[in-house]
Write a protein that binds this ligand. Structure first.
Ligand SMILES: NC(=O)c1ccc[n+]([C@@H]2O[C@H](COP(=O)([O-])OP(=O)(O)OC[C@H]3O[C@@H](n4cnc5c(N)ncnc54)[C@H](OP(=O)(O)O)[C@@H]3O)[C@@H](O)[C@H]2O)c1
Length: 325
């Protein structure tokens, strides 16, 4: 098969090159990949800052959609040719990928492979962090930074679907407009307005119950100012810096909780549980059109470099997809 290989030059160029076929074992299936989607983590992995967890493929790519081509031993309930999508620990930027059978999700009726490849990572990330880690309750308000990111566009939709108000921040007028269109109750251009002041002005100083943060750094003390008593802050990335200083008395006074969370390095059993709970609660909404992946652009896999460049420049609204077949 062919796969994207990271070259050893300074730019760490991405090239579509011959690569050995993955082997599917017991309880796994081999999928002919039709499309994969980019995640910010791919940029960190390419730069050598986010190695795959032990046992995962060295090839980039955390999600795919395609057709099952081979069934491993002990696989029941699936057939060759079935249209599936899945979250992976790696190996998505390739013509074939191995998936544990319990991680398979059917391609929702009405979605093509390019759309289906853009579903797993962002929706499962938001699901685990909103509903399992932060235990988001009906009627609570959430704030999500990076509202126009792949994760952010899923967060807006899931919050709306569960009846929660959602406030977001984003870095341009165009991104703010798209977040509002998707249903954000408040979208703040953080380059023009202080998000703490904007949120407090919007809801008479009440603040929010849950924050999903991708920025870290000095956002931590600013986020804490917004948390209501017993609020929860889930940190899933540190795009704005990994070190900071906070006044711990604010944390105590609000009886707030800070939760750190990653998805990729969780045990398979945990990921399976997350996928199952997500599907039970939300899958029908993809079939009804209430939930959908927001696609920024589709590039041929051979242009993975250009696709990642677009993400590195923060130009995408929603997901960037790579078409493999
Ligand atoms: N822990 C986990 O399990 C997990 C899982 C999935 C994703 N993530 C993280 O979630 C984030 C979103 O992922 P994605 O793939 O959806 O990313 P994405 O589509 O590339 O979007 C990231 C957006 O973050 C904003 N941003 C970048 N640097 C920023 C900074 N210093 N301060 C504020 N905003 C900044 C940019 O939008 P603006 O123009 O609006 O600034 C950028 O477009 C990534 O950081 C990713 O690593 C974590």
């Amino acid at each position: 098969m062919h796969a994207i290989q990271i070259q050893s030059d300074v730019e760490r160029t991405l090239l579509w090159q011959p690569s050995s076929d993955p082997v599917c074992g017991t309880g796994e299936v081999l999928v002919d990949v039709h499309a994969t989607a980019l995640n910010r983590a791919d940029l960190f992995q390419r730069a050598g800052k986010y190695p795959p967890p032990p046992g995962a493929s060295e090839i980039l790519g955390l999600e795919i959609a395609g057709e099952i081509s081979t069934l491993g031993t002990d696989v029941i309930g699936y057939q060759v040719g079935e249209r599936v999508c899945a979250l992976l620990s790696g190996g998505g930027y390739a013509e074939r990928a191995v998936v544990p059978v319990e991680m398979l999700m059917p391609v929702p009726e009405g979605l093509d492979f390019e759309q289906a490849a853009a579903v797993p990572e962002c929706f499962l990330t938001v699901f685990v962090n909103f509903y399992m880690e932060a235990e988001l309750q009906a009627g609570e308000i959430v704030l999500t930074h990076g509202g126009a990111s792949g994760v952010g566009t899923a967060a807006i939709q899931l919050a709306r679907a569960s009846g929660n108000s959602i406030f977001v921040t984003a870095g341009s007028a165009e991104k703010v407009a798209r977040c509002e269109e998707l249903g954000a109750d408040l979208a703040i251009n953080y380059r023009e307005h202080d998000f703490v002041e904007s949120v407090l002005a919007h809801n008479d100083g009440a603040g929010v119950d849950v924050i999903l943060d991708i920025v870290g750094g000095d956002y931590l003390h600013r986020n804490l100012k917004l948390l209501k008593p017993k609020g929860r802050l889930v940190l899933i990335s540190t795009l704005g810096g990994a070190r900071t200083e906070i006044d711990l008395r604010v944390l105590m006074g609000r009886r707030a909780r800070i939760i750190g969370s990653v998805l990729r390095s969780r045990a398979l059993a945990e990921k399976i549980e997350i996928k199952q709970l997500f599907m039970q609660r939300f899958w029908r909404m993809f079939l009804e059109g209430q939930l959908f992946p927001v696609i920024d652009s589709v590039f041929p896999i051979e242009q993975a470099d250009a696709a990642q460049q677009r993400m590195a420049e923060n130009r995408n609204i929603g997901k960037i997809v790579l078409k493999v077949r």
